[in-house]
Structures are given as structure tokens and as C-alpha cells.
Design a protein around this ligand. Structure first.
Ligand code: URA
Length: 234
């Protein structure tokens, strides 16, 4: 039996996640032709994780490995993300992973496929899928990883470096914690810079865990004993 979590709506009421809508969105997005990126990608990479996730992590777009595997965050950035989540004691089992853009955009350099940043119109064309995922899951918190996710979720005036660590309300009423993309940590120029960037990223994920814990405490009816995951305690 799948776990059933009443998700929190903007109004603070609760409702069950819409598993059917999420599954239908995944099937429909496999045929997406809303922008030209599908032409050079192997497949649409829809989000992955439990439909009743408390938290949704949003990256930019699938990378080379994700494009081949058909699953988000399975490559080096995903490994770093998972390590940081463990260190922040944010339980992977309550997290759904996805991207602002669902097709891999790349250019050939020799035999390698090198990541290219999606344009604003490509991000806008793909917003329909991200919005569907968030509406179906109704998570308690969304974590925007890097500039593309931040702009897709919060609009063009949001800024990663100015707003990182803050929880902002999206135009659709979802709480969004702003942080950097894990790839930016991998690209840091030296070991010291990498360590600092990583520690700051873990601190942001800890803030996400604390926010989840406080929201869960707020929505739990009185007299109901707390059912916590490791990520929601401490
Ligand atoms: N980078 C992303 O933004 N998403 C992935 O799925 C992988 C790498």
C-alpha cells in the first residue's frame, strides 16, 4: 500500500496528492514538442520520487547521464546533492527530484555532449510540467537549485546570490527555498572554495529541514502523536 500523506495547500488545509495527475503528466510529457529541445535529447526526463513527497527539489535540466537514464539527478551533481542531503539529515525518502526543463540541451564538442543553458522561452515552454508536478504533489516546501529553477519558480526578479537561504512565496503560492545548483560547487576553482560552497549548501538544506519540521508541527492536529522521519527531527 502506498503511503498517504495529506499535502498542505496554500490555505493550510490538507489534501491527498494527486497520483493519477502526476502519472498522466509523466506520460504526456514524454511526447512534448512545446520547444525544439526534444529533437536532440534522448527522452523527456520527468521528475522522480514519491507522489506524497513533503519536499520537491528543482534543478535546471537533465544532464548527459540523466538524459540517457531517463531519471533526474543520477550523475555527479545528483551524487553531491544526495551527500549534502544526508549531511543535512534531509531524508531522501520524502523528496521528489525534478527539473525546470525536462529535455537535455547540449552542443557537441568532439565526442562529448556539453551542457548548454536553456533560454527563457525554453524554460517558459516547460513550466507547464513543473506546475503540474507541484499541483499534483502539493509539497510543503520546494527547493530551487540554481538560477534557472529560481527564475522558473519565482520569476525574473529573483536572484540566487541575493536571495539564497530565503524562503519566498511563488506566484502560485508555494514556499520556495532559494539555493545554488550543486554543479556550481563541483565547478569551484579550488578545494577551499569547494569546501566553503559545499558547507553553505548543506546549511541551506538544513534550513529546509527545519522549515519542514515547523510546518509539520503547525499542520498536525492537536492530540495526534508526531510521526517523524529522521529528516524532521533534531
Ligand atoms: N543537473 C540538473 O539540474 N538536473 C539534473 O537532473 C542533473 C543535473
Amino acid at each position: 500500500m502506498p503511503r498517504r500523506r495529506p499535502a498542505t495547500t496554500v490555505e493550510g488545509a490538507t489534501r491527498a496528492p494527486d497520483r493519477r495527475r502526476l502519472a498522466a503528466g509523466k506520460a504526456e510529457s514524454a511526447e512534448c514538442r512545446r520547444c525544439p529541445l526534444w529533437r536532440h535529447a534522448t527522452q523527456t526526463v520527468f521528475g522522480a520520487g514519491p507522489a506524497d513527497a513533503s519536499i520537491v527539489l528543482v534543478g535546471e535540466q537533465p544532464g548527459d547521464q540523466e538524459d540517457l537514464a531517463g531519471e533526474p539527478f543520477v550523475g555527479p551533481a545528483g551524487q553531491l546533492l544526495r551527500k549534502a542531503m544526508r549531511e543535512a539529515r534531509l531524508d531522501e525518502g520524502i523528496a521528489y527530484r525534478t527539473n525546470a526543463v525536462k529535455h537535455f540541451k547540449w552542443e557537441a564538442r568532439g565526442k562529448r555532449r556539453i551542457h548548454e543553458r536553456p533560454t527563457t522561452s525554453e524554460v517558459l515552454a516547460c513550466q507547464i510540467w513543473l506546475e503540474l508536478e507541484l499541483a499534483a504533489i502539493a509539497p510543503r516546501l520546494v527547493v530551487a537549485l540554481g538560477a534557472t529553477a529560481v527564475r522558473s519558480l519565482l520569476g525574473p526578479s529573483a536572484r540566487v546570490l541575493r536571495d539564497r537561504g530565503k524562503i519566498l512565496s511563488s506566484p502560485t503560492g508555494v514556499d520556495v527555498l532559494v539555493t545554488v545548483h550543486p554543479s556550481s560547487i563541483l565547478r569551484a576553482p579550488d578545494e577551499i572554495a569547494r569546501r566553503e560552497a559545499y558547507d553553505a549548501f548543506v546549511a541551506d538544506l538544513r534550513a529546509a529541514r527545519r522549515r519542514l519540521a515547523s510546518r509539520i508541527a503547525r499542520v498536525r492536529p492537536s492530540g495526534v502523536s508526531p510521526k517523524t522521519t529522521p529528516a524532521e527531527t533534531g
